[in-house]
Write a protein that binds this ligand. Structure first.
Ligand code: HMG
Ligand code: MG
Length: 304
C-alpha cells in the first residue's frame, strides 16, 4: 500500500463551504470560524472569494474577512476568476491567489460567463504577473471528472488543461470533482496520470461528497501519491452554478480517517468541533459530517 506519513489539509469551508448559503452568515461569525480553524492547526485556508456580489452575495464581505484574517503562519488564499478579482486582490496584503476554471466549457460559461479558452487567455498574463510579484498561485480545475451539463470528462482533457496552467507557472493544481460523481477507480486513474505528467507541481484533490464516495476517492488518490486534500469543516459547500453539487468532504471525516491510518495532519479534531459549534447556529442548512454527528451523539456509535 502506498501511504504517506503526513498529509496537508487545505480548509475551503470559509469559501466553498459558505458561498452557496442563501442566508447571509454574519461577518464576525465567519471571522471567528476562520480563527478557530487556525487554532485547530489549519495551515492553508481559502478565506473568501473576490467574485461579483450579484452572482455570489455570501462573499460580499471579502475585504473585511481578508483584513481581519491574514496572518504570517497560514497560507491564506483568496479565490479570483478574472482581472477585476486580481485587481481587488492586489489592493490587499494577501499574497496567495486561487484562480478557477472548468475543464468543460458549459460549466465555465455558467460559472464565470466565459469559455474555458477565454478564461485561459485572460488568466495567463495575470498568473505570469502574479509570479513575478512572488505570489503563490493555485489553479482550481473544476469538472475534472464529470460536468453537470456535458457528462463524463476525459482524463486527456484534464491533463491538457493542467499542463497549460503548469506552463503559466502556477504552484499548485487543485483538481476537483465538482458534483461528487467520481468513483475510486477514476480517482486513481486521473491522479496517477497527473502525478506522472506533472511530477514537479503540487497536486491537491478536491472532492465533493454528493454520492458518499469522497473518502474512498481520497484513499484512491493517496495510492496515486496525492498528499494534499481540500476539505470543508462540517462537510458544507457546493458551487452555486453546478446543479446537483453538494458539500465538500468534511474536514473532520478526512482528518479522522487519515490519523487512524497513521497519516499525520497536525489538526486537532476537538478544536474543529469547537469551530463548528459557533458557526452552525447561523446556517440555513444542516452539516454533513459523520464525525461531528458522532461527537454530538446522534450517530450510530453513540447508541452502542
Ligand atoms: P459577468 O457578468 O460576465 O462580469 O460575470 P462582467 O465582467 O460583465 O461584469 C459585470 C459586473 O460584475 C460588473 O459590475 C463588474 O464590475 C462586476 P457592475 O458594473 O454590474 O456593477 N465584476 C466583479 N465584481 C467583483 N469581483 C469580481 C468581478 N468581476 C466582475 N471579480 C463574473 C463574470 C466572473 C464576475 C461572474 O460570473 C462571477 O462572479 N461568478 C462567480 C462564480 C463563483 O464564485 N463560483 C463559485 C466558485 S467556483 C467553485 O465553487 C468550484 C471550486 O470549489 C472547485 C470545484 O469544486 O469544482 C473552486
Ligand atoms: Mg468546490
Amino acid at each position: 500500500m502506498n501511504l504517506p506519513t503526513q498529509a496537508t489539509i487545505i480548509e475551503v469551508g470559509p469559501r466553498d463551504g459558505l458561498q452557496n448559503l442563501a442566508t447571509f452568515v454574519p461577518t464576525l461569525t465567519k471571522i471567528d470560524f476562520i480563527k478557530q480553524l487556525k487554532k485547530a492547526g489549519i495551515k492553508e485556508v481559502e478565506l473568501t472569494s473576490f467574485v461579483s456580489p450579484k452572482w455570489v452575495p455570501q462573499m460580499a464581505d471579502a475585504p473585511i474577512i481578508i483584513e481581519e484574517c491574514l496572518d504570517e503562519e497560514t497560507r491564506n488564499f483568496v479565490l479570483v476568476p478574472n482581472r477585476k478579482g486580481i485587481d481587488r486582490l492586489l489592493g490587499t496584503a494577501c499574497k496567495n491567489a486561487a484562480v478557477f476554471v472548468g475543464v468543460s466549457d458549459s460549466f465555465n460559461k455558467k460559472n464565470i460567463n466565459k469559455t474555458t479558452e477565454e478564461s485561459l487567455q485572460e488568466l495567463e498574463p495575470i498568473i505570469r504577473d502574479l509570479k513575478e510579484k512572488n505570489f503563490f498561485v493555485r489553479a482550481c480545475i473544476s469538472t475534472s471528472f464529470y460536468c453537470p451539463y456535458e457528462g463524463k470528462v476525459e482524463v486527456a482533457d484534464v491533463l491538457v488543461l493542467c499542463q497549460r496552467f503548469a506552463s503559466f507557472g502556477v504552484d499548485e493544481l487543485s483538481v476537483a470533482d465538482t458534483i461528487g460523481m467520481a468513483n475510486p477507480k477514476e480517482s486513481l486513474e486521473l491522479f496517477s496520470a497527473l502525478k506522472k505528467a506533472l511530477p514537479n507541481i503540487m497536486i491537491t484533490a478536491h472532492f465533493h461528497n454528493t454520492r458518499g464516495m469522497a473518502l474512498a476517492n481520497i484513499f484512491a488518490a493517496l495510492q496515486a501519491g496525492i498528499d494534499r486534500f481540500d476539505t470543508s469543516a462540517g462537510g458544507l459547500g457546493g458551487c452555486p452554478f453546478a446543479p446537483g453539487a453538494s458539500g465538500n468532504v468534511a474536514t473532520e471525516d478526512v482528518v479522522y480517517m487519515l490519523e487512524q491510518m497513521g497519516i499525520s495532519t497536525g489538526i486537532n479534531l476537538n478544536r474543529i468541533t469547537k469551530a463548528l459549534e459557533n458557526l452552525l447556529p447561523h446556517l440555513d442548512k444542516p452539516y454533513e459530517s459523520q464525525y461531528y454527528k458522532w461527537v454530538k451523539g446522534t450517530g450510530p456509535l453513540s447508541q452502542v
